[in-house]
Write a new protein. Structure first.
Length: 294
């Protein structure tokens, strides 16, 4: 009897394993079928970037609510998405990918996420950096969520980082399976640039591109990843421009017109060429008078 019972147990286990394999195969086929429709694939690509409301998805694919509900049902039945409520007031509904399911994460992040990221950047992605003001909650959670969903390296930073990651962010991450224990805040410059000289990564615009505004001029200096608090700008007695960014310094030879000016101010600006510090110059009346006399 023990032998027969053991054989029966083995047969039962084999039967259960066979049924599980068939169920898994059916589910995989259902997921492939769900993503074989362009509208649903577009919605999933969008959800890879974050949760979205049904209204946002409807606007994305330009569908009325009844057709949108049909596509969402197909994704739900394929166990690719779930509905979640806003954590604050619990009144708003969002659609969320089941990326906490290892099979769903593996199924979705093999190519769509890479495709979305590369399309957004226009090239192969080396690393993704999430940025917020204090680097104490939002950017930390976003980086943790990305790390769970993608093999592309990720980091987070703040423009004005707090001294620590907020305990509520750590608790919220834990509820969603995101580990923030031991995470630290970081400045954008430290995260993006590390120990490299940020002024080496950008180019000073040529003197021929100095722009005039009445009796004032301005010059753009590329300083990726800097904040205005990190910058110190002055002119030497020889008329060169000195740009200090943390421990790094650059001395920039100025054209003749700016050598007879004084620095009147500077501000960070975002241009087509990237982040720059725009240095404003005004006439130094003593130098201009001397130049006119000569």
């Amino acid at each position: 009897m023990p032998v027969n019972g053991s054989a029966a147990d083995r047969a039962d286990r084999a039967d259960r394993a066979d049924r599980a394999d068939r169920a898994s195969l059916v589910l995989r086929a259902r997921r492939h079928a769900a993503l074989g429709e362009p509208v649903r694939l577009a919605m999933v690509d969008h959800l890879l970037l974050g949760d979205a409301s049904p209204g946002e998805l409807g606007d994305l694919v330009d569908l009325p609510t009844n057709l949108l509900a049909h596509h969402l049902k197909a994704l739900d039945e394929a166990e690719l998405i779930r509905r979640v409520r806003s954590e604050g007031d619990r009144r708003r509904s969002y659609v969320q990918l089941r990326l906490d399911d290892a099979q769903v994460a593996a199924f979705l992040t093999g190519s769509p996420l890479t495709t979305v990221a590369r399309a957004a950047a226009g090239e192969a992605v080396v690393r993704v950096v999430f940025v917020c003001t204090h680097n104490s909650a939002r950017s930390q959670l976003a980086a943790a969520a990305w790390a769970r969903a993608s093999a592309i390296p990720v980091a987070s930073a703040g423009t004005h980082p707090a001294g620590r990651v907020h305990p509520r962010a750590v608790a919220a991450g834990r509820r969603h399976g995101l580990r923030l224990d031991g995470a630290r805040t970081s400045t954008l410059a430290d995260t993006v640039l590390g120990t490299s000289d940020p002024l080496d990564l950008g180019a000073v615009r040529a003197s021929t591109e100095v722009q005039a505004d009445g009796d004032r001029w301005f010059l753009d200096v590329s300083v990726p990843g800097a904040s205005i608090e990190d910058l110190d700008i002055a002119m030497t007695d020889d008329g060169d421009l000195v740009v200090d960014l943390g421990p790094h310094r650059r001395v920039i030879a100025l054209p003749a017109v700016l050598r007879r000016c004084e620095v009147s101010g500077a501000r960070l600006d975002l241009t087509d060429a990237g982040q720059v510090v725009r240095v404003h110059f005004e006439r130094d009346l003593a130098l201009w008078s001397a130049g006119s006399a000569s």
